[in-house]
Design a protein around this ligand. Structure first.
Ligand code: HEC
Length: 252
């Protein structure tokens, strides 16, 4: 009897934890990404548009600490184009010979600068919430790309029975449904250099493609290596089998 009670308690605890872990967030929408699957590669055009979205919209609040300007050649920018992007940022460098920090334009070896001096400043500007660095965000949330896309496109009016806290916005894909980030994307939030129509759906797809690359720039090399290893193993197995037949051919 006691055993059953303990089991029941354990089961209740587990289900409670499950519900908590999921934070009653809605399951993300399912989107087809060009970089999915064994042979998938990043859609360079989408990633470049996504970079534009990040730079013009998200970078006001979110850093991209782990991406250097030189990395941008990996999504198809030429080195000269990456230099132009870098030079549009002001980097604090130093100290110089007088011991002073100084400002200079960015260069290829610099990383995207953070939008706020420190965490306190970031929170003060965002009703107490901290906008996380976006370099690894796609890998850091269950649902990955689909979660980010759903979060960006999922804003809406709260249902009747939901009372929003001060400074919060309704988004069913966010655990708890209330997020301190206001809807960042609106129709034509950026004017795409390549003329693509900037619908909210398009903007969200593009910035997600860009951030998926940022979170795993070496994915394509990893997949290529995986395919090579599989090919090697297949050929090696065939050879081994042939050798085995040859060696045992006259042993009957
Ligand atoms: C005005 C400032 C601001 C802008 C602009 C902004 N965000 Fe945010 N973002 C925030 C804040 C604040 C949070 C923290 C929200 C919270 O914890 O409730 C956040 C959180 C997030 C999160 C984390 C959600 C989670 O699961 O924890 C992601 C992902 C995100 N933002 C992506 C973006 C993207 C992509 C853009 C550009 C399209 C963007 N944000 C633009 C302020 C901003």
């Amino acid at each position: 009897m006691r055993g059953i009670a303990i089991l029941a308690a354990a089961a209740a605890l587990f289900t409670a934890q499950d519900a908590f872990a999921a934070g009653n967030a809605e399951a993300p929408k399912s989107v087809d990404w060009a970089h999915e699957g064994l042979f998938g590669t990043y859609d360079r055009a989408a990633a470049q548009r996504g970079m534009q979205v990040y730079r013009e919209v998200c970078s006001g609040c979110h850093g991209l600490n782990y991406i250097a300007f030189r990395n941008l050649t990996e999504i198809g920018l030429t080195e000269d184009q990456a230099k132009v992007v870098a030079a549009e940022y002001t980097i604090v460098d130093g100290p110089n010979d007088e011991g002073e920090m100084f400002e200079r334009p960015g260069k290829l070896s610099d990383y995207f600068p953070a939008p706020f001096e420190n965490e306190k400043a970031a929170r003060a500007a965002n009703s107490g919430a901290m906008p996380p660095d976006l370099s690894l965000i796609v890998k850091a949330r269950p649902g990955f790309e689909n979660y980010l896309y759903s979060l960006l496109t999922g804003y809406g009016e709260p249902p009747e029975n939901v009372e929003l806290m001060e400074g919060m916005f309704y988004n069913p894909y966010f655990p708890g449904h209330q997020i301190a980030m206001g809807e960042p994307l609106g129709e034509d939030a950026v004017e795409y250099a390549d003329g693509t129509k900037a619908t909210v759906d398009q903007l969200a797809r593009d910035v997600t493609s860009f951030l998926a690359w940022a979170a795993e720039p070496t994915m394509e090399a990893r997949k290529r290596m995986g395919v090579k290893v599989m090919l090697f193993l297949i050929i090696f197995s065939v050879l081994l089998y042939a050798v085995k037949r040859k060696v045992w051919a006259d042993q009957h």
